[in-house]
Design a protein around this ligand. Structure first.
Ligand code: ADP
Length: 255
């Protein structure tokens, strides 16, 4: 069973949405556990999950499916959304605001009580199998002013906000995921919290739980702790030399 450390009532909420066929929107910064949560819930509910990382070249055909040419002529191949619709699985669209509007328009009839997927190319209209659930996530801190989600789309979803875990929970996660000891996990968590609290930094993103886990893995593999912090946590956050040295000062203050 996949490990997931809950932060609040998200398990109950997700289950209630799943039981009622409601789509779910998860907001939160990158690396805070959104994907892990969806995988965990899919296992708990016994449903397959199809994950799609959205980007601006994603087409409706990438989601729905397309005709392919094989040795015996053309045949239809379902995309991940269609498979989830047929099998009663979860379709998880990560960073959904990255996808173009003309791509996500196929989601609308699936996200309300019609629960239908019209497949333009074949003329079929599929009714979603009972277990089908649409889950989307996005990072509100990232280009949200430019893109965001249309209110008409947002209002179709049960929405929950994720954030970095509290210190004790994050320590548990780092230990579980990397196998490191309590002390190192505690130090990495306080380092991350100091970095997250820095004012006036020009980082696009804060240090995520994922980066702490990477750093702990490096230390376990024998890399000196300050170098592990540099490679696992600081360099991934910034390309600016001055920012990197300022952040390394925080590292030297902890270790
Ligand atoms: P997101 O989808 O929000 O970008 P992920 O779910 O991929 O982030 O989380 C990144 C990593 O951090 C996961 O692979 C997992 O190791 C760890 N993680 C973060 N939050 C949790 C949590 N609550 N429980 C267990 N692992 C977590």
């Amino acid at each position: 069973m996949t490990f997931y450390q809950p932060a609040g009532n998200e398990i109950e909420l997700f289950r209630a949405a799943a039981d009622n066929g409601l789509p779910v929107l998860i907001k939160g910064p990158t690396g805070c556990g959104k994907t892990r949560f969806v995988r965990y819930m899919a296992e708990k509910l016994g449903r397959p999950v199809y994950t799609v990382a959205c980007h601006d070249d994603l087409t409706a055909a990438d989601l729905v499916g397309r005709h392919l040419i094989g040795p015996e002529g053309t045949y239809w191949q379902d995309g991940p959304l269609t498979r989830a619709v047929r099998e009663g699985g979860i379709c998880y669209l990560d960073e959904v605001v990255e996808a173009r509007k003309d791509t996500t328009v196929v989601l609308h009839p699936l996200a309300d009580d019609r629960r239908e997927l019209p497949i333009e190319r074949t003329g079929e209209v599929l009714s979603a199998a009972p277990g089908f659930m649409l889950v989307v996530s996005y990072n509100p801190g990232y280009q949200s002013l430019l893109k965001g989600m249309k209110p008409s789309t947002r209002q179709r979803f049960v929405s929950m906000s994720f954030d970095y875990p509290d210190a004790a929970a994050e320590q548990t996660i780092v230990i579980e995921e990397s196998g490191c000891d309590r002390e190192l996990a505690g130090q990495l968590v306080s380092l991350a919290r100091s970095i997250r609290n820095l004012k006036d930094h020009d980082l696009e993103e804060a240090a995520s739980t994922r980066l702490l886990i990477h750093t702990a893995h490096l230390v376990r593999a024998g890399v000196a702790v300050t170098e592990a912090c540099r490679a696992g946590m600081i360099e991934p956050l910034s390309d600016d030399e001055e920012t990197v040295s300022a952040l390394m000062e925080v590292v030297y203050a902890v270790f």
